[in-house]
Design a protein around this ligand. Structure first.
Ligand code: RB5
Length: 144
C-alpha cells in the first residue's frame, strides 16, 4: 500500500514544499499538504504541529518539514511525543536516521541545500527501513 506523507513548511520553505508535493505524488506516495502555501511570513511551530498531529493520529506514515535552515522545524517537531524528527543535509544522514533512529519526520532547510538534494534526501528517507534490534531498545529509552 502506498505510504502517506504529511508535508508542511514555513514561508522560507514553501517553494521546496510545493515542488516536493508534486515529486512525491509522481513517485506514488499519498501526500497531505499541511501548508503554508505562500511567501507570507508564518510561525514554523504551527506547521510542525499540524504535521506531527497527522502522524500521531495515524493519518500519515511520515512527515516532512521544511523551513529556512530546518533547525526550527526539527526543534519544534521533537517537542511532540512519539515524534523523532531528523534534520538531514545529506543522504547518509537520511539513510541512517531511518535505519538506526526510526525517524518519522524529515526536516530540511531550503536555505541550506539545493532543491535537487532535497528530492534525493526525501526519497532515501522514505524508502529506507528501520533495522530494529538494539536500535529499538534505544528508541524505547527515548520514549519512556
Ligand atoms: C524564517 O526566517 C526562519 O527563521 C525559519 O525559516 C527557520 O529557518 C527557523 O529555524
Amino acid at each position: 500500500m502506498a505510504k502517506t506523507i504529511a508535508i508542511g513548511c514555513d514561508h522560507a520553505g514553501y517553494i521546496y514544499k510545493d515542488k516536493l508535493c508534486d515529486y512525491l505524488k509522481a513517485k506514488g506516495f499519498n501526500v497531505l499538504n499541511m501548508g503554508t502555501d505562500s511567501a507570507q511570513s508564518v510561525d514554523y511551530p504551527l506547521y510542525a504541529k499540524k504535521v506531527c498531529n497527522c502522524i500521531k493520529e495515524k493519518q500519515a506514515d511520515f512527515g516532512i518539514l521544511i523551513c529556512g535552515t530546518g533547525v526550527g522545524m526539527s526543534i519544534a517537531a521533537n517537542k511532540h511525543k512519539g515524534i523523532r524528527a531528523a534534520l538531514c543535509t545529506d543522504l547518509v544522514m537520511a539513510e541512517f536516521t531511518r535505519r538506526h533512529n526510526d525517524s518519522n519526520v524529515l526536516c530540511m532547510g531550503a536555505r541550506i541545500i539545493a532543491y535537487e538534494m532535497a528530492e534525493m534526501i526525501a526519497e532515501k528517507f522514505l524508502n529506507t527501513e528501520f533495522e530494529g534490534g538494539r536500535h529499538q531498545r534505544r528508541i524505547d529509552m527515548l520514549e519512556n
